[in-house]
Design a protein. Sequence first.
Length: 388
Amino acid sequence: MKDWLFNFFASFLILTLFSPLTPADLNFSQDKDQVKQRLEGERQALLDSEVKKRGVLGTLYEINKELNRIGGDIDGMETQIDNAKRSIDSYAHVIANLEKIRDAQKEKLKGRLRALYKMGFRGYAEILLSSQTSSEFSRNMKFIRIIAEKDHQLISNYKANLDLLNAEQAKLRNKVKVYAGFMKNLNIENAKYADQKHRQMMLLEQVNRDGESHMQAIKEWREAGRQLEEKLVKLGLETRGSADLMRGTFFEQKGILKAPVSGPILQKYGILTNEKFNTKIFHKGLFFGIHPKEKVSAVFFGKVAYSGWIDGYGETIIIDHGDHYYSLYAHNSKLEKRSGEEVESGETIASAGDTGSLRGPGLYFEVRHFSESLDPMPWLDLAKASRL
């Protein structure tokens, strides 16, 4: 019997090594180590996709900052354009008045030119020669000088108003041209960043799809491993490491983690505004209102990465759940676990208190991935917990 099993296992392993393997192809003769290897491969692929996702989100953050900056510039430019339009209306009124004055002056000049043409130089000479006395000659000379000065002033005013009209029109054209250029550049820049954002969003969607695919594969391979374990047990074969094989990971627990305490959430994750001091701070976790000495439980198994005092947090425990996921429990009165100790899901790790707290007794709780804080709400199953 044992020889037959050995030959069957050997033959099947040769086939599986040289042919595509899916969970549906599994049967009791497959090697458990191979299943574990597939699980670890999918898990690493999921972690890689998470790292890639962080990179994409970081790029999106920078792109959004640029888009917000450009949006502000566009808003400012639109304001300037609105002001320019009002100036244009004002210029149009000025130009219209100047054109009226120009046309009136033009008509006067036409009349003077017609009169001068009809009279000619001889008219002025006749006026002077018709003078009977020196005083009359002086009066006529003064009269002619006044007429000439009026004509000169009329021509000068016409030229000045014509120059002013041309200058105002040039100024208007230049302002419109400058604003149009600014707006064109801003729209080009905005389109460029919008395109980059679209590309990054498409990449993010693909990364999320890949992550979901790897997560589903992990579940399928774990179920396949469980079925394999059951069959191996029935055959009386050794099943070393089954607990490690079947144990889930932190990132698979999103939405089903039990809250560390049963008290109400008094402060959620997000930006806090202090109206008294007109300041804003980012609250990176949840604050549960509970009585002192109530038990605090680990939300998931892991190893205690830190146990001790942290300024602003008081007596604190940080648990490393693997794959760069951590949970933090602060303001405790007593710590039940020390650094390096293993803890299980739901195991008591501390007693609640108010050490380092400015809000009185309670538990401050964080979830972190790498060094980045995550909103704990989507991770916890709060269906039965008291909430805001």
